[in-house]
Design a protein around this ligand. Structure first.
Ligand code: MF3
Ligand code: CO
Ligand code: CO
Length: 288
């Protein structure tokens, strides 16, 4: 979600009660998240050298329809595809294309959102294509850890800013930067609901209380260089790092419960292994 830094993030003043999901809505969010996770396990083996990003888009699109669900990104504010594929220096919102073929050494984030019976699930992963540089490996590991730290920090009774406070100092300590222009978001019966989830520490962040029943995404975009980004003036979607450095992202949708964060978009393989993330090419266990 874009935070307009000129005007500040969109201010919604709904009382906290209004944005909490009822138990029935929470069940809807679990089903939507589970389907998005199932779709991530489905697409993962296809994300290899030689495939076009348009083919990945078609696979996700068709799988979603075949299961009776709706790709949320397609036609969202005019977005032309069902997924975002963000390669190397692309931060987010890369548009799949027939002409764009994944190649050895690339890193690519695949991000999609689906609607299941009116509820939204949203998640993304960054993949290594073949052999990637040590720098790319470092960035992707830092980004995966950033998501894990953000999720762990999303405890009931804390404020939303606890997420940024867990993420940004760690990312900086690793020589990387946290993108400010795009953020996580509330999620529910719309893809972007009520508030921004900043991953960087900012005085003007929405600072609601994390209460049981709140559903949101955490999706840090981390750059190897500076946090500045530029949007493509031609397609008006593709967001790149201003300095050309690599960028990576992981995203999960979560529900705040009395016991702590519940990851809604766990994939079946993550669920089975008890991991919050499994990053092919990184041995580390991202256990919640
Ligand atoms: N999935 C993206 C997110 O995490 C939203 C993409 S909107 C699109 O918020 F239109 F670019 F697809
Ligand atoms: Co997303
Ligand atoms: Co999102």
């Amino acid at each position: 979600m874009q935070a307009d830094l000129e005007k500040g993030p969109p201010r919604r003043t709904a009382k906290p009660r209004v944005i909490l999901k009822t138990p029935l809505e929470q069940e809807g969010m679990r089903r939507a998240g589970a389907f998005n996770g199932q779709l991530m396990d489905f697409i993962r083996p296809y994300v290899t050298a030689g495939i076009s990003t348009a083919r990945l888009d078609a696979l996700v699109h068709d799988y979603t329809l075949d299961h009776g669900h709706v790709p949320a990104c397609l036609n969202y504010n005019g977005y032309p595809k069902s997924i975002c594929t963000s390669i190397n220096n692309i931060v987010c919102h890369g548009i799949p294309s027939e002409k764009e073929i994944l190649k050895d050494g690339d890193i690519v984030n695949v991000d999609f959102t689906t609607i299941v019976d009116g509820f939204y699930g949203d998640s993304s992963e960054t993949f290594f294509i073949g052999d990637v540089s040590d720098k790319a490996r470092h960035l992707v590991a830092v980004t995966a850890r950033a998501l894990l730290l953000g999720i762990r920090a999303a405890m009931p009774g804390k404020h939303l800013s606890a997420i940024a406070q867990a993420i940004e100092p760690y990312v900086k300590s690793q020589g990387c930067s946290v993108v400010r222009q795009y953020t996580g978001h509330g999620i529910g019966k719309a893809i972007h609901e009520y508030f921004n989830v900043f991953h960087h520490i900012a005085a003007d962040s929405d600072n609601i209380m994390l209460e049981p029943g709140l559903t949101l995404t955490i999706e840090p975009m981390i750059n190897l260089g500076s946090y500045h980004v530029v949007t493509d003036p031609v397609d008006k979607w593709t967001v790149r790092t201003r300095d050309g450095s690599l960028s990576a992202q992981f995203e999960h949708s979560i529900l705040i419960t009395e016991a702590g964060p519940e990851v809604l978009t766990l994939t079946p393989s993550q669920r089975a292994s008890g991991k919050m993330l499994v990053v092919a090419g990184i041995a580390e266990e991202f256990t919640l």
